[in-house]
Design a protein around this ligand. Sequence first.
Ligand SMILES: [Zn+2]
Ligand SMILES: [Zn+2]
Length: 243
Amino acid sequence: MRLHNMQIHSTLSRCASDEMTMERIISEAEKAGLETIGISDHIDNFDPSREQKLLENFSIRDKLCPNINVQIGCEVSQIDKYTIAIDVATAKKLDFVLVASNHYHLSHVENPIDRNPSAYAQHHLKMIEGAIDWGHTTIIPHPFLLAKVRGIDHSAVLASYDKHQLSYVLSKAAKGEVAFELNPRHLGSHPAFFKALVSLGQKVGVKFALGTDAHKPNEIKYNQTDLKTLNQIGVCQEHLLAM
Ligand SMILES: [Zn+2]
Ligand SMILES: [Zn+2]
């Protein structure tokens, strides 16, 4: 499988390590044999100066003349069904946009009124629909697994997704050319759900994108366990987004 990693945070993301300079990221990705990588720094609030800062990643990349495909994007937080925290003009300038439809841990992101597994599952699907309707979303990162929501049973959330509704949302994503991220480090704990998701995705023609949400240099590459996990859930080249 030709590998890409579309979720890598540089030093522009406060949560990333100081070692995550563009230069280091590129050299690690080249060593790891990745063909394409995506720089996806956070945008959590509407902030023109932040957007400007992220756009500077283009000239930083160009100066380094990488031997691999290095795309400049962002990971933007979705605040509610209709609100994605980036100016459309900026989104259009980026190579790709990850719209995080489940950053429920942020205080300004709408949570369901009833904070139970089924309400979260319903809410997240509505958020994803909104991200597809927005029209500038490339990939939904860390979908379905609401790992950052505290105090709920994550297996119960996964069990709460209605099959028909899920299939409707996946078909809609396929039509809107929105891909879903598969992060082998998240899938491992719930292989059955993600195996079913990949198989449903294949039926409706939705694409998947690989990402590790790398915040440190050694998180950029895929190790043997990651590749085994991807193999286990049945993902292969033809299901992956061509970047
Ligand atoms: Zn995120
Ligand atoms: Zn991230």
